[in-house]
Write a new protein. Sequence first.
Length: 473
Amino acid sequence: MLEDHVDRRTVLAGTALGAAALLSRGASAQAQAPSSGGTLPARSDFVVRGAHVLSMDPSIGDFASGEVHVRDGAIVAIGVSVNAPGAEVIDGRGMICMPGFVDTHWHHWTTFLRPVMRADDPKRTYFPVTFALGLHYTPEDSYRAVRLGLAQAVSAGVTTTHNWAHNVRSPAHADAEVQAMRDSGLRGRFAYGCPLGMPNDKPMDLADVARMKGDLAGDPMLTLGICSRNVDGNTGGTRGAIDAAMAKTEWSKARELGLPITLHTSGTGAVEVLNGAGLLGPDLQLVHPLNLAAADWEALAKHGVHYSVSPLGEAGRAGEMQFIEMLQAGLKVSISIDNVTAERCDCFACMRMLQTINRHRTGGKFALTTKKLVQMATIEGAEDLGLADKTGSLTPGKRADLILVRTDAPHMGDIGDPYDALVQLAQPSDVDTVVADGRVLRRKGAFTALDYGKLLADAAQSVAALKTKANWT
Ligand SMILES: [Zn+2]
């Protein structure tokens, strides 16, 4: 096992990310680890003054002109006025200060395939492109793609992400994805999955999942889960389709390790299969509430299952978007980006899409306030990932994951209610400042340390090589 481990690290050491991979094995080395695309800025001592503060914590509330003090990566104080001697002042006037967005399902490994895609050519849409090229990924490709996706997350104000890694082609690929997450400075969960094309009767690499659990033990920023292949038998396609017996084998091991599970359910029948097999539970996150039956959502509510909805992609898929039924049944529903290969990272548009679909489907009879949508995109996403003790609201003692959103762009006009502005008007380019765990990753709409051009150049190099390997024309 140890020899195996050393081998994998040696593989990484032969790549551009090797130094970072080796250095960042220990938490103490993590902060200083060099990375492809820049080092992380230090955690700073600062106070935001004069912003419209939305704490997303009901016990604290909001402040039309408020202050937030951050020190050593934590939120120290929040209020109309806070005492922060010596702290750097960030002028928040004309901006909304709120928790960073929490994405709850995103296939970061597909990110750099966007230039290969064509929305209007069936041979070049998301599934055929990601499958054809995904079979040839090296660990370095995985690193570069995930790194690029995480950079796009930062630029759009996402500070926590659920990296749904359903193309882990080897333990070294898993290490590379985790390394990219560490190098990004973002918080998140790594959901360990199978490689594309793996036979449905072969179980996932459960020994390496256990090994990864040990590697991530005590990591202050990252947690671990598994992403399962589909179980409904009718939507597996290129992503696999396992039966209830295989799901039991894999999920039982995950549960023994205390790991949460996530699964796509865009087709029909998955919930019935899972319920019949006794596999539903509060540690299960399902993705894409489409095509479910009333009996399904009752079973989900009974077992405390939660759902992630990906509004931008789901709105273009067959079936009704049933997040409304899920909310009515009492399920927790959070928001996800899914991928930035076919879609884009835009949490504002995600919230707006949910509002639009609700009006389209119910005529607005189901009350879905703009504040509820912002809750779904922040604190309820954190709850979904089991991270609400660390992030999702601006609460003293939590880690400092926050963003400042400008309100002075022409498309914003003169804003009234801040929640209304976030849902109706805002877009990612309005995100001025992004702070994750007290590190200012983006300021005045620009990366503070990241060399985004290098990430793009590395990505282009990987994509060119993958196209050659896959004979893609
Ligand atoms: Zn997905």
